[in-house]
Design a protein around this ligand. Structure first.
Ligand SMILES: *[C@@H]1O[C@H](CO)[C@@H](O)[C@H](O)[C@H]1NC(C)=O
Ligand SMILES: *[C@@H]1O[C@H](CO)[C@@H](O)[C@H](O)[C@H]1NC(C)=O
Length: 464
């Protein structure tokens, strides 16, 4: 959590009168909701970003959550200055640190989980065999999936959940090997549902069984989307530990008012080459989150260690991505846009995030010879380090997944703000690379943005 801690939005604990219900969030940096649980449930620390109401009373000593968060980053909302220079940014930090100290000392209700905590299983319907999932989904409002081992070609299908149902992944969840691009290991749909995890759980996608360095571009067949979240309304997905997904991790489409928080996505095992990958990293096209045709989606306080986009928005409106720690991949992306079933992106904010040892930082790419609209995009408070290709990248020349060097103007990009995007790239990389079609880019602004170490090439506006 060292990394996530560094990017924290700060807690503003308030309104603690209400009590959180089963498996709800009850603490963590940035959390402003209830910090105690209903009778019979106890607030247990899961990580710096997430404490959760689990069943039973704490068998552990109560400890204050001293979120040892270095208060170096502030939330965008607090940064109300319009001309954010580096100096003003520093000032804001100071103010906010003071605030944090005050706030954190008032939230004392979270307990630290230790090995002596009662295992949070058994509530509602306890499901211990894959075959029992479908009946539980139809009839239970609180389902614990305990140590599920899904057979080959068997989806953990959470599409027919009751409204407001809660599903808790507990223990180790695994999947039989299924060499099929169209096989979706987990599918989630529903209204007001909560999908979450119990302390110590892991969802393991079995990536090493599939990885061959080619992802969805070739090689053997492998499930292209590990977790599909579709047509949800007011859903929450929280506190999941996911590792070794085969290709793309989350595919989110047709959702509205979806909140995803406190996840740890760890595909670090895919960094190394294997016997099938010809010296390349074994995992490929391992996007963390792909979002399309969705409105009012929030991703917050999430770690992603992968080998492709940390987040990629290909269509949708009112998408908010904040408190991300993205390691090893291709950064925070919009695109590629154009030539898909939905080609409109409107109002997307990426804020208070760190992008480390990645190809790109902030990127917008559109497809050559297609049409579409990208507008109202903000990148704010993004810290870059170890970037090997592009710090800030806007490109309108993609074709078949690669750049042609000839931008086209059928997709318009307007109203893009880079505020306090700072950091370094390697010397062979670009600090800024902007390649727009004729007349198709407008209203780009840069404030407090400073990227150094590499080259610059901009054919629109004036890069900083
Ligand atoms: C899962 O299985 C492990 C190993 O058998 C066991 O220790 C653990 O209690 C189980 N966890 C759950 C949540 O059922
Ligand atoms: C595109 O996605 C938006 C949601 O962001 C939706 O309202 C719209 O109907 C979609 N358009 C098409 C053509 O599917």
């Amino acid at each position: 959590m060292k990394k996530a801690a560094a990017i924290a939005a700060l807690a503003l604990a308030s309104g603690t009168a209400a009590q959180q219900t089963a498996y709800g969030q009850c603490g963590g940096v940035g959390w402003t909701g209830p910090t105690s649980c209903v009778s019979g449930w106890t607030c247990v620390y899961s990580n710096d970003y997430y404490s959760q109401c689990v069943q039973g009373s704490a068998a552990t000593t109560t400890k204050t959550t001293t979120t040892k968060t270095s208060t170096t980053k502030t939330t965008t909302t607090k940064t109300t200055t319009t001309s954010s220079t580096k100096t003003s940014s520093t000032k804001t930090t100071t103010t906010s640190s003071t605030k944090a100290t005050t706030t954190l000392s008032t939230s004392k209700t979270t307990t630290k989980a230790t090995t002596t905590s009662p295992p949070p299983t058994g509530a509602g319907c306890l499901v211990t065999a894959y075959a029992s999932i479908s009946s539980a989904v139809k009839s239970c409002s609180l389902i614990t999936l305990s140590n599920i081992s899904a057979p080959p070609s068997s989806t953990i299908d959470l599409q027919k959940l009751l409204p407001s149902a809660t599903v808790v992944f507990a223990g180790l969840t695994t999947f039989g090997v299924t060499a099929n691009d169209d096989f979706d290991p987990i599918v989630i749909s529903g209204n007001n549902i909560l999908i979450t995890g119990a302390a110590g759980h892991t969802i393991d996608g079995g990536g090493p069984n599939y990885w061959d360095g080619q992802g969805s571009n070739g090689g053997s067949s492998k499930p292209d989307h590990f977790i599909v979240v579709k047509k949800t309304s007011n859903a929450r997905i929280t506190n999941l530990n996911i590792k070794n997904w085969p290709v793309h991790c989350f595919d989110m489409t047709g959702n509205e008012y979806l909140t995803v928080s406190g996840l740890n996505l760890d595909n670090s095992d895919g960094d190394a080459a294997n016997s099938k990958s010809g010296g390349d990293p074994a995992a490929h096209n391992s996007d963390g989150f792909d979002i399309s045709s969705s409105d009012y989606v929030t991703l917050e306080n999430i770690n992603v260690h992968n080998q492709d986009d940390c987040v990629a928005v290909t269509s949708g409106t009112h998408i908010t991505v904040t408190g991300m720690y993205c390691y090893g991949g291709h950064g925070l992306s919009i695109g590629s846009i154009g030539g898909k079933s939905n080609n409109t992106v409107d109002t997307v904010t990426f804020s208070n995030s760190q992008i480390v040892n990645s190809e790109n930082g902030c990127r917008i790419k559109t497809n050559s010879g297609t049409t579409g609209t990208v507008k109202n995009v903000v990148y704010s408070g993004i810290t870059l380090s170890g970037i090997t290709d592009y710090g800030i990248d806007v490109q309108q020349d993609y074709l078949n997944g690669g750049p042609t060097g000839d931008p086209t103007n059928g997709v318009t990009i307007s109203g893009v703000s880079f505020i306090d995007v700072t950091g370094t790239v390697s010397s062979s990389a670009y600090d800024y690379y902007i390649l727009c079609g004729s007349g198709s880019c407008s209203g780009f602004t840069f404030s407090g943005t400073s990227i150094t170490g590499g080259k610059t090439s901009c054919n629109y506006g004036s890069c900083p």
